[in-house]
Design a protein around this ligand. Sequence first.
Ligand code: SF4
Length: 66
Amino acid sequence: MKVVVDRAKCTALGNCEAIAPDYFEVGEDGDLVVLRDDVPESELAEVKSAIAACPTAALHLVERPQ
Ligand code: SF4
């Protein structure tokens, strides 16, 4: 799976970074940086928790094209 961010919705509060810091980081310029977007099965639960914690529903998982 791949995690994608809808930049129009992200307010860069950093809830996702607090839960999954290997994937998300709010940069010094205040924009969210996606550090990794490829999510292995073993880390899906962590990333799903981060997605659920996003107050603006800006994060989504999508299937990676084969
Ligand atoms: S929790 Fe949502 S709104 Fe906050 S930085 Fe992450 S993606 Fe953006």
